[in-house]
Design a protein around this ligand. Structure first.
Ligand SMILES: C[S@@+](CC[C@H](N)C(=O)[O-])C[C@H]1O[C@@H](n2cnc3c(N)ncnc32)[C@H](O)[C@@H]1O
Length: 351
């Protein structure tokens, strides 16, 4: 399968210098560069826009130009197009479309929003600002959950514990929809505090024909915990890529993120743990016995989470931290344990 790859791999890129450059070049209004006088080929357009992006300090100039032009030619990548296609003249309408979308990219809108779709594992998802654009490391989180769930299935899970999943903070639906696509027996519930995210997850579920196995709710876990607990039955899997950036790091995000993505999707408060702590507090009530929670986190988080859970949450055990392909501890796995009978059994947060 031809797949587009995200070029920026982390949420957090210090790009202050580029922001200064961008401002000093006074391209805030992003006036549309003039259309070429004569006819040009896709390859010439790629080159021309790569140069223009470079001149204006747009990140990933070559990939941006290539993805936009490939998209307008009905392909995912330039490499997947035949040489003939790349060297024949574009029509006037095609050229105008390329100019329009590339000019939008000059405003620093991420390419994923410009072309209105992106690939996540084997899915192509609709993308719309300000809903969070899925990152490559989250594909690793899905892989981790799938491996665990597949292992359980192979070991013969009893019928009464058919796999069910709750995702907190579904965004575009990337995680839930990937899990459902790979596991036909899985049913899921996805929620988000953002109505835009809820709408986009619903749209993506419909496009992929997965809507019958995914319940989607507009819920803020910080404010509507009771509504959530009254809505769902205990699930075997709780998964989340929550907002986990430390607030102080928000200002150094690249302009693509700062200007277009919902800050509530990224900002995890002073220590990046605001939403994570709430999810873990609720986890013992959300999970069925021995059900597991899988979280994507900042590399500084795993020891803090372990310590906090041990001191504050009954009935939940920190199992392990897993590393991403770059070797950084980015995923936490926790498991619901049976609590010995007592006044606080299964109640989540300790008093
Ligand atoms: C980092 S994004 C992840 C989106 C998607 N799961 C993905 O991996 O592409 C975090 C998501 O959590 C949502 N979120 C943030 N705070 C929340 C809260 N208190 N309750 C529910 N969802 C929340 C945001 O709206 C955002 O969609």
């Amino acid at each position: 399968m031809v797949k587009r790859k995200r070029f920026t791999t982390t949420k957090q890129v210090n790009n202050i210098l580029q922001e200064v450059l961008w401002k000093s070049q006074a391209v805030r209004t992003c006036s549309a560069p003039a259309l070429p006088a004569g006819r040009i080929t896709p390859l010439q357009a790629v080159k021309l826009w790569k140069r223009r992006f470079e001149e204006r300090g747009v990140t990933e100039p070559e990939q941006s130009s290539q993805y936009i032009i490939a998209h307008l030619l009905g392909a995912k990548t330039i490499e997947s197009l035949e040489q003939e296609r790349l060297t024949e003249f574009l029509s006037r309408e095609q050229t105008e479309q390329i100019w329009k979308l590339c000019t939008t990219r000059l405003s620093r809108m991420p390419v994923q929003y410009v072309i209105e779709e992106w690939d996540f594992r084997d899915l192509t998802l609709k993308m719309r600002p300000p809903v969070f654009i899925p990152r490559p490391e989250t594909e690793e989180l899905v892989e981790l959950v799938l491996n665990d769930l597949q292992m359980k299935t192979e070991m013969g899970v009893p019928a009464e514990t058919e796999p069910t999943c709750l995702e907190v903070g579904c965004g575009s639906g990337a995680i839930s929809l990937s899990l459902l696509k790979s596991l036909p027996q899985l049913k899921g519930v996805a929620l988000d505090q953002s109505q835009d995210a809820v709408d986009l997850t619903r749209e993506n579920a419909l496009r992929l024909g997965l809507e019958d196995r995914l319940e989607i709710h507009h819920i803020d876990v910080m404010k509507d915990a009771e509504t959530l607990l009254s809505l769902i039955r205990p699930v075997t899997t709780l998964v989340s890529n929550p907002p986990y950036l430390f607030s102080e790091d928000m200002a150094s995000l690249e302009p693509e993120i700062l200007r277009f993505e919902d800050p509530a999707a990224l900002d995890g408060g002073e220590d990046g743990l605001k939403v994570i702590k709430q999810i873990l507090t609720l986890a013992p009530q959300i999970l069925s016995s021995y059900g597991r929670a899988y979280l994507e986190v900042d590399p500084r988080h795993p020891p803090l989470i372990r310590q906090w859970v041990e001191g504050n949450v009954d009935g939940l055990q920190f199992k392990e931290a897993r590393h991403d392909i770059t070797g950084r501890p980015r995923f936490c796995i926790l498991q619901k344990e049976e609590v010995k009978q007592g006044p606080q059994a299964g109640s989540g947060l300790r008093n």
